[in-house]
Design a protein around this ligand. Structure first.
Ligand code: APR
Length: 245
């Protein structure tokens, strides 16, 4: 922890990239660990664009269940420590793979509705609390699922949760923003991700290839552990407040 705090003190531009592990202590299941969602469900049945085209009702039921579950979850000490850090340091910024909206809630709790951009996350995989038209792309606030599937008010197309499904490309504007944040950073905090899903997993490597360093916060080793300058083992909700103050 001493080495990590020294690295942080010596860094001018810090970027953080988070995964499902940072929300585990909020009660949100991860995807690949014990009890992870993909241990109990088949992603190809629920979280792919093919599944949505084949069986939109089932995919909508799955996301409606996840939305109702997430409504009972609160940001934890890890989200809050990151929000305070980026409000104070306002450096390179926060990138997340999570769609649960907990970073945004932590930032708004910390700074009020006008939370500056530096504390709000770049949501690489979208946000489950929003809808998007599968045809014209128009976004809309989510509504409770009714008897018929939600339709776009603009074009009448089928709406779907505004998240990146397997088999879809990420929004190039969002991806470019995340990559340039990582390239400009001299330190990347990689928190609670197994680092196996690309292109998100390449974000910390962009910092490394630009001459920066990586600090990993995880409960276990990952695909990035070997290239991390420091690997802090423990739950993010405990490690981050100690690391970031
Ligand atoms: N604190 C820190 N890390 C934790 C904690 C915790 N309390 N609990 C679990 N972890 C770690 C696990 O060790 C694992 O390395 O979090 C990581 C979770 O990995 P995944 O479940 O694979 O989640 P993630 O890396 O975010 O998945 C990436 O895959 O399914 C897609 O779109 C989905 O965004 C997701 C992407």
């Amino acid at each position: 922890m001493r080495d990590a705090r020294q690295l942080l003190a010596d860094s001018a531009r810090v970027v953080a990239m988070t995964g499902a592990g940072i929300s585990a202590e909020s009660g949100v299941p991860t995807f690949r660990g014990d009890g992870g969602l993909w241990r109990n469900y088949r992603p190809e049945d629920l979280a792919t664009i093919g599944a949505f085209r084949r069986d939109p009702e089932t995919v909508w039921e799955w996301y409606a269940w996840r939305r109702s579950f997430l409504a009972t979850c609160e940001p934890n000490d890890g989200h809050r420590a990151l929000a305070r850090f980026f409000l104070q340091r306002g450096t390179a910024g926060l990138v997340t793979q999570n769609v649960d909206g907990l970073h945004t809630r932590a930032a708004r709790d910390a700074a009020g509705e006008g939370a500056p951009h530096a504390a709000l996350p770049v949501e690489m995989h979208g946000a489950i609390a929003r809808d998007r038209c599968n045809d014209c792309g128009t976004r809309a606030e989510a509504e409770p699922l009714g008897d018929s599937l939600p339709r776009c008010a603009t074009c009448g197309g089928l709406r779907r949760p505004d998240v990146v499904l397997f088999g879809e490309m990420l929004d190039p504007v969002v991806l470019d923003r995340a990559q340039s944040m990582a390239e400009r950073a001299d330190l990347c905090l990689v928190i609670g991700t197994s680092a196996v899903v690309y292109p998100a997993a390449a974000i910390p490597l962009a910092t490394l290839h630009a001459g920066g360093r990586i600090i990993e916060v995880n409960t276990e080793d990952t695909a990035l552990t070997g290239v991390a300058a420091v690997a802090l083992r423990g739950p993010a909700g405990v490690v981050l407040p100690e690391l970031l103050g």
